[in-house]
Design a protein around this ligand. Structure first.
Ligand code: GDP
Length: 364
């Protein structure tokens, strides 16, 4: 039975160990479209089963890509550029052609200039040492710009196989389901969710008689904020619909909490506007910097929740980043938010340890 795969996530099915990937009760194994218990629960109850998945296994699987003659489609989350970078990308893809896909553009207002987003993505890739032969901006969820994506895939692949790669949560499975639905009429074949690591094995989908499209496992990167959040609470953190700014006029020595996962201290500068773009479930709370630590310890799982945290990370396990902003800038906290600051400012940002924080010139 070792070669039967779950149609939802691509794991090899097994009936022995409930806590390992691909578990299926023996009675389910002989169904026409077998699906592992984890995907079953995700689909039917939106319930998540935690698994012992080793990211080393993911990388091993991706390394087998190196041997292939194929087109690589690299999916990037427009809201989390940094978290979208696969660290060993160049080594994995070698000299294959790369099509970069900037996904989730629906998170930005319709009026946003998408060519600007594409330029930003290109710059980010270049800074990370990745060369993309072409770039396209889409929304897999809303089906925006998929025709143009398919056209580019077919031109660039020129009959070769296609591998969709990306870190977890960038929307690979959603994209493939959409492409499948458009091309075959089948709905939700692959399990998608906002839970990292939903796609566990490689899933292959025939594109024609000789060409195959592969959905690859998502690489989990350490800088993703999702490490600190209980899987069932990720829906409060990853934005699902258009993000609207919450704007605060701050004086120096004031602090903003972005939920219980980040703290932005305005240390010095004149009266300034801070616009926070994040999931609408997160409470953005202003307080005086002098009281901020005490406030956090008291309220991190109260006023500042959701998500529910296992510990008060910003007091116990954190990194501090200091920025001196000369112009209007965005502070990006990987996977959580970006904060647009309208004037020069000195700012200190505290995040759970390892989460990436960076600055760019403002996007709006
Ligand atoms: P994967 O881990 O890369 O396969 O990502 P999934 O396809 O499972 O998607 C992760 C989360 O992002 C899910 O909650 C999706 O609904 C969401 N998502 C995927 N594509 C889009 C998109 O185009 N727009 C928005 N707003 N959300 C998306």
């Amino acid at each position: 039975m070792t070669d039967i795969k779950c149609v939802g996530c691509g794991s090899i099915l097994q009936t022995e160990n409930k806590n390992e990937e691909g578990y299926i009760p023996a009675s389910g194994l002989h169904k026409e479209e077998p699906i592992c218990q984890r995907c079953y629960r995700l689909r039917h109850y939106n319930e998540v089963q935690e698994l012992n998945v080793d990211s080393g296994d993911f990388l091993t699987m991706l390394n087998s890509l190196y041997e292939t003659d194929s087109l690589i489609v690299k999916v990037i989350d427009v809201f989390d550029f940094e978290g979208s970078i696969i660290p060993s990308f160049n080594r994995i893809v070698g000299d294959k052609k790369v099509l970069a896909v900037v996904n989730k553009i629906d998170l930005f207002p319709k009026s946003t200039n998408t060519s600007r987003l594409v330029e930003r993505a290109k710059k980010m890739l270049k800074d990370a040492g990745i060369t993309a032969n072409d770039t396209v901006a889409i929304s897999a969820l809303k089906g925006r710009n998929l025709d143009s994506l398919m056209k580019k895939i077919s031109e660039m692949a020129n009959g070769k196989d296609v591998y969709i790669v990306g870190t977890t949560n960038v929307g690979k499975s959603t994209l493939i389901n959409k492409l499948l639905e458009d091309n075959t009429g089948l709905k939700n074949v692959i399990t998608t969710s906002n839970i990292p690591g939903t796609t566990l094995g490689m899933i292959d989908i025939p594109l024609g008689d000789t060409q195959t499209l592969y959905d690859t496992p998502g690489i989990v990167v350490d800088s993703q904020i999702s490490h600190y959040v209980n899987v069932n609470d990720l829906k409060y953190v990853s934005p699902a619909k258009e993000i609207k700014a919450k704007t605060f006029q701050l004086s120096s020595e004031q602090t903003l909490f972005i939920g219980n996962l980040a703290r932005v201290d305005y240390t010095s500068g004149e009266s300034n506007s801070f616009s926070v773009y994040c999931n609408h479930h997160l409470n953005v709370h202003r307080t005086k910097t002098v009281n901020a630590s005490e406030f956090y310890d008291k309220h991190y799982n109260g006023l500042l929740a959701p998500p529910e945290l296992e510990e008060a990370y910003l007091s116990t396990n954190f990194d501090v980043h200091e920025f001196s902003l000369d112009n209007a800038s965005d502070i990006l906290i990987s996977g959580l938010t970006f904060v647009s600051v309208s004037k020069p400012a000195e700012v200190t940002v505290t995040v759970p340890k390892g989460v990436n924080v960076s600055v760019r010139s403002t996007i709006f």
